[in-house]
Design a protein around this ligand. Structure first.
Ligand code: BG6
Length: 473
């Protein structure tokens, strides 16, 4: 639909930027922090690990000052579970609480709204040793952790995100290092884990509403609309299949408290249905999110599955292969790709926003969107990342169109605020508005350098989105 006039971004729109603890903080074993599954995972050769990352743990004041200069209204970060509970449960680590108190206070003193992800891929290793999410006790550990976060930080944090990209954990765990690649046929186990995570999320949402009546909480999956390759009915069915398995399974449960019927029949067909204990469905039905947060990088295109193909993941969480009898991933001839092979689809972003809002009628916030690229540091500390500006401006343009379509969008928090280490492709796959001066293995001075996109986004925020295509500096 073409609109004669576009609605402006809402007056109090949350212009944000995002990071996650393990990719950004470093200090992986300092001040009592326990190991997480990420710390123990084997890391792809030739890429930086997460031990130092961007050293935010030691530089958070300088970083927050830069985010304030950028003009951010909100900052989305995750709390490392293992800083709070080094063993996943048991004793609280006071130093961990202290760090996040300082960070939250620093943000608030600069007028930046903290948006907290409670769990971003980094499950405590101590819990993993006891079966991780396969063990129902992990649900209790998450609830205990949630309770601690709400009571320690709930006086200042109004926005909570439960689990980052639960669907990525289930579908592409081997790409991010959370699924053991040696396990044969892990799907049955993963859907059981999924059920437990859904329960943990539901309990945390309920607890949040009881403990913090003024706070808001929601899920944060990665949602990308799935297109059929052609109008051939079999391709459309394949797209419906993957939309249900990848997207709606997670949101139908978070919002309606029930399993999506197509996703359930897929699990039945494949023998993946989880064991459900008495009372579980009541818990799932008894929790309600206040909003939906979601991450979007690209759309997905599929066709009917013609060949025996069981692999779900290529080792990259944004490239889809397929599954026999269900769908077959394919490229979309109408889209370009990034240097890392990810398709770029701003219009698909509008489609995804409309689709989510039509299904659930809850306020939406985008908690990740961005372009990973090899930035070049030029003489005089200059980074001309026009490609990033182009990507973000085109996606924001689609946000405004979606708002005009009637979508209730209250914030946009791209990935990433400052450069950080990619999930599996190192530090040189950069996303930030601010460059971190280090290489994969040479830490250099880790100094922060504002990129061209910094000045562009600063102006976008200053004009409340009225000048998306104006490049500054
Ligand atoms: C999302 C994750 O899937 O994609 C982030 O929530 C991640 O943690 C981001 O960094 C970009 O992916 P990558 O692999 O380029 O780091």
């Amino acid at each position: 639909m073409n609109h004669k006039t576009l609605k402006p971004f809402p007056k109090d729109f949350l212009w944000g930027a995002s990071t996650s603890a393990y990719q950004f903080e470093g200090a992986w074993n300092e001040d009592g922090k326990g190991p997480s599954v990420i710390d123990k995972a084997s890391h792809p050769e030739g890429t930086a690990d997460f031990k130092v990352a961007s050293d935010h743990y030691h530089r958070y004041k300088e970083d927050v000052a830069l985010l304030a200069e950028l003009g951010l209204k909100a900052y989305r970060f995750s709390i490392a579970w293992t800083r709070i509970y080094p063993n996943g449960t048991g004793e609280v680590n006071k130093k961990g609480i202290e760090f996040y108190n300082h960070l939250i206070n620093e943000l608030i003193s600069h007028g930046i709204e903290p948006i907290v992800t409670m769990y971003h891929f980094d499950l405590p290793y101590a819990l993993e040793e006891k079966g991780g999410w396969s063990n129902r006790e992990t649900i209790d550990a998450f609830v205990l952790y949630a309770k601690t976060l709400f009571s320690e930080f709930g006086d200042r944090v109004k926005y909570w995100l439960t689990i980052n990209e639960q669907n990525t954990l289930i579908l592409h765990g081997s790409a991010i290092g959370t699924t053991d690649p040696n396990i044969q046929n892990p799907r049955k186990m993963l859907y059981q884990q999924n059920h437990h995570m859904l329960l943990a999320q539901a309990k945390a949402m309920k607890l949040c509403h009881e403990m913090l009546p003024n706070a808001k909480i929601g899920p944060a999956p990665n949602i990308s609309y799935v297109y059929p390759a052609t109008p051939k009915p079999e391709d459309v069915l394949a797209a419906q299949n993957f939309n249900s398995i990848r997207n709606w399974l997670y949101l139908d449960m978070a919002v309606f408290g029930r399993y999506n019927s197509v996703a359930w029949s897929y699990m039945e067909e494949k023998g993946y249905t989880p064991h459900i204990e008495e009372g579980d469905m009541d818990i799932l039905a008894g929790a309600n999110p206040d909003f939906i947060a979601f991450n979007y990088y690209n759309s997905i295109t599929v066709k009917a599955s013609e060949q025996e193909e069981e692999a779900h993941s290529t080792g990259d969480q944004h490239i889809v292969i397929g599954e026999s009898g269900v769908f077959q991933g394919c490229s979309n001839q109408y889209l370009t790709t990034t240097e890392f092979g990810w398709e770029v689809d701003p219009v698909g972003f509008r489609i995804t926003l409309r689709e989510i809002y039509d299904r659930y009628h809850l306020p939406l916030i985008v908690t990740e969107n961005g372009l990973g690229a090899y930035d070049k540091l030029e003489d005089g500390d200059v980074i001309n990342d026009d490609y990033r500006i182009d990507y973000l401006a085109k996606h924001l343009e689609q946000c405004q169109l979606a708002i005009t379509d009637g979508v209730e969008l209250f914030g946009y928090s791209p990935w990433s605020a400052i450069d950080l280490v990619s999930t599996h492709q190192g530090i040189n796959k950069r996303y930030g508005f601010i460059y971190v001066n280090r290489d994969e293995f040479d830490l250099k001075d880790l100094r922060r350098i504002k990129k061209k996109s910094f000045y562009w986004y600063q102006n976008v925020i200053k004009t409340n989105g009225a000048q998306l295509f104006q490049t500054a500096k």
